[in-house]
Ligand binder design. Structure first.
Ligand SMILES: *[C@@H]1O[C@H](CO)[C@@H](O)[C@H](O)[C@H]1NC(C)=O
Ligand SMILES: *[C@@H]1O[C@H](CO)[C@@H](O)[C@H](O)[C@H]1NC(C)=O
Length: 247
């Protein structure tokens, strides 16, 4: 293919297809030989230029109502066009052969751009962090914590935690749950429920025994008979202990 106004053409190509412009060569007589334009067209057709991608053999958390976990996901033109378990079926959604990645069973996470790292912070919470943002009463808290323990088969003895993301004023009772109420919900798991990082916070009987043990690096945490831990230093000691000992 030959073009007049080669510099303009090249500049437009360079701007729209950065990365492939180098494949286009100019001749001294001010015409461009675009033998590789076919490559660009093919590249566009196959999807490589548009970020088409077929992931298979993975763990894809769809987050749908049934919490479906799929193994294959197809992404075409920036949109998910297939979610399921058949790479062969997924391929039918593409014009050509999209770039393909064998996830080897691993979880695929979307490339989220988040400059204020709450996602990472949430992932680094010690214990089995359990959001309470949808709890409107102490009974809701109990139900949410108990469901966390049973649904995710949290091993007995492992800490179930809620660190921030809620306030006791959202509960009808306008207070944190008590030690007895947490014991009723979590008889086999130590619990630590804190308003923000500073507290106040509350624990149950198993948690109280753990925080009061003398061999913590921070020293024992002062805990009321009803499980409450004061805001500030005492909650800080409890949280630091969990951060140091749990992943
Ligand atoms: C999936 O990944 C595992 C782990 O790498 C591998 O053993 C297995 O062969 C893969 N399965 C497929 C269908 O590619
Ligand atoms: C728990 O005990 C502390 C200290 O005695 C008290 O300040 C707090 O109000 C009590 N909390 C509840 C929910 O009864």
């Amino acid at each position: 293919m030959q073009f007049k106004n080669a510099p303009l053409f090249l500049s437009l190509v360079a701007r729209s297809w950065v990365g492939t412009a180098a494949a286009i060569t100019a001749q001294n007589d001010n015409t461009a030989v675009c033998g590789t334009l076919a490559d660009v067209a093919q590249s566009y057709k196959s999807g490589a230029l548009r970020g088409d991608l077929l992931l298979f053999n993975g763990t894809i958390h769809t987050m749908d109502a049934g919490e479906t976990v799929a193994t294959v996901v197809g992404i075409k033109d920036g949109s998910i066009v297939y979610v399921g378990d058949s790479a062969a079926d997924a391929r039918k959604s593409f014009l050509g052969s999209p770039p393909t990645i064998d996830l080897g069973g691993r979880v695929a996470v979307p490339g989220l751009v988040e400059s204020h790292n709450h996602i990472v912070l949430m992932g680094n919470r010690p214990g089995y962090h359990t959001p309470l943002e949808n709890a409107y009463s102490v009974a809701d808290v109990q139900q949410t914590l108990a469901a966390r323990a049973s649904r995710d088969a949290v091993p007995p003895g492992s800490f179930i935690t809620t660190i921030g993301g809620f306030h006791s004023n959202q509960f009808g009772e306008r207070r944190l749950p008590t030690l007895e109420e947490l014991d009723a919900a979590l008889p086999q798991h130590p619990a630590f429920i804190s308003i923000g990082f500073n507290g106040p916070s509350v624990t149950n009987s198993l948690g109280k025994a753990y925080f009061e043990s003398a061999n913590l690096a921070t020293g024992p945490v002062a805990i009321s008979a009803n499980g409450s831990i004061a805001a500030g230093d005492e909650t800080g000691k409890a949280l630091l202990t969990l951060r140091q000992q749990l992943t």
